[in-house]
Design a protein around this ligand. Structure first.
Ligand code: FES
Length: 186
């Protein structure tokens, strides 16, 4: 008596082909799903940090001792959505050609400050905090020096990482006071 495969050899080989194709497709999909997880688990943290540095622009021609506000784009990934945000940094090159990139917000209540060339200070217009060129608090209610970006310079380009909050300043000249306090309102 003949078995199924002996009776229909072509059908069996077609079935075998489909089974193999499904197996290969499953393997490809499995690999596609597993690779990001494996990369997350096994790519060292330092490598990931380096990859997340943002190119903020050319600093090779930056004048020494004159802060420059630099604008750059930062991409944010939220689930499947990728959005781009405009960010800024106050960048200072010192006499030794070292670069510091300050966050753009005053450490009091987050107003945008600017550089004033005549007294050579950063000035916050909201409650008149003053900061030196190296970010220290000179006057006003700001409780700590300006925050700094993690940064490095490669081939004349400024690469910025996360913004790091500065330590509380001992040199603050005024006690921290809310602008909405009763004293202000009077
Ligand atoms: S926000 Fe800058 S001094 Fe208040």
């Amino acid at each position: 008596m003949k078995t199924d495969s002996q009776a229909h050899p072509q059908e069996v080989s077609r079935r075998g082909f489909y089974a193999q194709a499904i197996f290969v497709l499953n393997a490809i999909m499995g690999a596609a799903l597993a690779l990001p997880t494996l990369a997350y688990l096994f790519v060292p943290q330092t490598n990931r940090k380096k990859q997340s540095l943002i190119d903020a622009g050319d600093v090779s021609q930056l004048p020494s001792g004159v802060p420059v506000e630099m604008t750059f784009q930062q991409s944010r990934v939220d689930g499947w959505k990728v959005s781009t945000q405009k960010r800024t940094a106050w960048v200072v090159k010192n006499a030794a050609n070292e670069i510091t990139a300050f966050g753009p917000q005053c450490t009091h209540l987050g107003c945008a400050y600017h550089w004033d060339e005549r007294p050579k200070q950063f000035v916050c217009p909201c409650h008149t905090s003053l900061f030196s060129i190296d970010g220290k608090v000179l006057a006003g209610p700001a409780p700590r020096p300006l925050d700094r970006y993690v940064s490095e310079v490669r081939n004349g380009r400024l690469l910025l990482g996360p913004l790091k909050q500065s330590e509380e300043s001992a040199g603050n000249t005024e006690p921290h006071r809310s602008p909405c306090s009763r004293e202000d309102a009077a």
